[in-house]
Design a protein around this ligand. Sequence first.
Ligand code: AKG
Length: 324
Amino acid sequence: MDQLRAGARLRILLGHLGHPSAAAIVAHPTSGTSSPASFQPQQFQYTLDNNVLSLEQRKFYEKNGYLVIKNLVSHADIQRFRSEFERICRKEVRPPGLMVMKDVAIVKSEQNLSEKSVTKIQDFQEDEELFRYCTLPEILKYVECFTGPNIMAMHAMLINKPPDVGKKTSRHPLHQDLHYFPFRPSNLIVCAWTAMEHIDRNNGCLVVLPGTHKGPLKPHDYPQWEGGVNIMYHGIQDYEKNNARVHLVMEKGDTVFFHPLLIHGSGRNRTQGFRKAISCHYASADCHYIDVEGTSQENIGKEVSRMVDKFQGYEGTVDLKVRL
Ligand SMILES: O=C(O)CCC(=O)C(=O)O
């Protein structure tokens, strides 16, 4: 467990085949059965038959590209993640490689690091307390339904959506996470995103376009929004405007698993609170890296390299493969 590959954040969470680690999960049947006699496995391309998801849950994910599991992460764990985030904001801990992002609209007024200025921390794989989220057995049990048993944690974030100061910069434009990932196949990648408090349209819940995981990866770029947009918050313009939108109202501990091609984003935070969620993207150890040069991902690849060179002073060039 926890093998770090070539200085990147590729951690094998569930040991190699035949050598499950302490975090490995074997089948945990939920309601219903996954393989009744009438069921044709070949009709499923996004989920695996490992006796964890019910047939209904599999069908839902296959059709919609996401699945919400209620009350999955304990309130005690969420409190621990929250406390660690606050310690990071107070600079009591500064794990190596951690990237701290600030909201474009409040970066000038809140120059000191604080819960008020930090929109997101990412790449917390060196922070033992936060990285525990990525290794929670209750999360991995579901991740395995999409990636299979050999799982790598590729990218972890704690998002602290600030109260919008009127410029709508707290919105996250509609996007597909695969834009940020130089590895494939996409069906063996999944995101787990856990609400750290009650989240609804008021404080900026996730909005998803069901079924869009069946489409291609679309070109992404910065939206032309008045008031600005946060760094690396690329969005897509070219999506079916008539596609239904679902706003995911979630309670503390509820977790949504979703496909990296699912178009999603989040709305403005109209409250005075800081809306928190913690998430990790996982991929099967069978995934392979691709070269993004000449593809629609070239823009984000270049941006990531530039940003890392600038902010972290790395001597060499760090590319998308290493950073995300
Ligand atoms: O938590 C949010 O508001 C959206 C997060 C998200 O979609 C992302 O970071 O890719």
